[in-house]
Write a protein that binds this ligand. Structure first.
Ligand SMILES: CC(C)(COP(=O)(O)OP(=O)(O)OC[C@H]1O[C@@H](n2cnc3c(N)ncnc32)[C@H](O)[C@@H]1OP(=O)(O)O)[C@@H](O)C(=O)NCCC(=O)NCCS
Length: 194
């Protein structure tokens, strides 16, 4: 999506699934998001709990992806009670050393929301949006070897390990110093049975 001229208002992105809403960020989401997700357990493989500067920088990045590309790691809101469970969505890969510019899916949910299939539901919707609305022909996902919850989800989504795209980056796992990559292309997506 082209960058909008200054002063031009864009409609809020909103997409509903059976139990969830994926939508753009609002001012009031941030406190609930950080309270639920900026914990040692959720951030274990993401460089640890963020300080105030780290939270502000992450917020700026997520807001800039929406502005620049029309998609971001959107808020995942539970329809039943309006709770902010975390985020899931699409950005362009911008990790140092990585395959810059490729469509990338990502997720982060509060601990109490794990184990209910919410991440898979949000991720399947995000992949559908990537291929059907945002014109992707391939979507990648990045993680580290120790983050079994995340690469397990990648596999459950029908994504394929792409060790040829792995790259050196110690931001999330100083021990291996590597980020590992999974991917799915349009043809493979056509065979996924959500
Ligand atoms: C990665 C992450 C989003 C995965 O969440 P998750 O809840 O395990 O993933 P899913 O949505 O696929 O849920 C799968 C589980 O829900 C269960 N489940 C319950 N009800 C379900 C339903 N209606 N539909 C599908 N699965 C359901 C499944 O049986 C499965 O349980 P299991 O893990 O005990 O086998 C989560 O661990 C997380 O936020 N981690 C921290 C942040 C992070 O590391 N992000 C990734 C950075 S690379």
């Amino acid at each position: 999506m082209p960058r909008m001229p200054p002063g031009c208002l864009m409609a809020e992105f909103r997409h509903e699934t059976a139990r969830l809403i994926l939508r753009d960020w609002r001012e009031e989401d941030w406190a609930e998001f950080w309270e639920g997700t900026n914990t040692s357990e959720v951030m274990r493989w993401l460089g640890g709990v963020l300080d105030e500067t780290g939270c502000a920088a992450a917020r700026r990045r997520l807001e800039s992806y929406a502005r620049d590309h029309g998609h971001t790691f959107w808020v995942v809101e539970r329809r039943e009670d309006g709770a902010v469970l975390g985020f899931c969505g699409l950005k362009r890969c911008n990790q140092k050393g990585g395959p810059t510019g490729m469509m990338e899916i990502g997720w982060r949910l509060r601990r109490e929301a794990w184990g209910h299939g919410y991440a898979k539901e949000a991720a399947l919707a995000s992949l559908a949006l990537a291929f059907e609305r945002f014109g992707a022909d391939e979507v990648i996902a990045l993680t580290v070897q120790g983050n079994e919850g995340s690469w397990g989800l990648m596999r459950r989504l029908g994504m394929r390990r792409r060790s040829d795209l792995d790259f050196a980056n110690a931001d999330f796992d100083p021990e291996t110093g590597m980020i590992i990559v999974y991917s799915i292309d349009l043809r493979e997506w056509g065979r996924v049975d959500g």
